[in-house]
Design a binder for this molecule. Sequence first.
Ligand SMILES: [Zn+2]
Ligand SMILES: [Zn+2]
Ligand SMILES: [Zn+2]
Length: 274
Amino acid sequence: MELRYLGTGAAEGIPATFCACPVCTEAARRGGREIRTRSQALLDGKILIDFPPDAYAHYLTHRFDLPAVEHILVTHSHTDHFYPQEFELRSAGYVHEAPPLLRVYGNDKVGRVLFDALPEKEHEACRLVFRLIRPFERFEAGGYLVTPLTARHDPSEGCLFYLVERGDTALLYAHDTGFFPPETWEFLRSARPRLGLVSLDCTTAAFKEGTNHMGLPDVVLVREKLLEMGLAGEHTAFVLNHFSHNGGLLHQELCGKARDLGFAVAWDGLSVAF
Ligand SMILES: [Zn+2]
Ligand SMILES: [Zn+2]
Ligand SMILES: [Zn+2]
């Protein structure tokens, strides 16, 4: 499999939309890998994970086949992960040829936000269906086996993250998770996926958090636990993602600290094969 990071920032991006703090100012000055749009990823060119307000910019910058995408896994309804207003642009008048049917997978809050932006009666014209998914209930999407896992994030909705399996390898895409709750650890212990890529939330960079997001001290514990459980090993790439200026570190500084702990740091455009 190949995961392409289209965007690697938290809600406000880096530089943050309206911020002139030292991190944002320096990131804007340096450009390149210091610039982070809102988090989104593409698996094997076929399955999108999340659909942020920067999805259109990602399409322009990274030149993947967005009209052909048939599956979007949505983690939760926060605007940096889900911006459904764009889906109206799939209807006649905005497209000259009807795109293939798009399945949008998400929790009930994601469904409500989608229905508010685009009433259900318009979904057929937009070539879109919403699939309500539930934690730990595996489903098939485009030839991949997908399991939604529970996250420790905004308790007002059941935030999810994803285990995606195909053949003898698996992706664990874990952003806006906090330290995983016990039921998710229990599931991983019994499902025993062979993890090729583990992509972890590092919103708070050097600072410990764990209750809503994670920082370096938290991801170290997740990594140790996955290794201990035998779900990760030599064959596993550990990548950090979903960063905020609140973490206080620029990409370059973060890379140094993360490397020493066994992690790579994602940037907008990074591809990881596993
Ligand atoms: Zn987020
Ligand atoms: Zn800032
Ligand atoms: Zn969130």
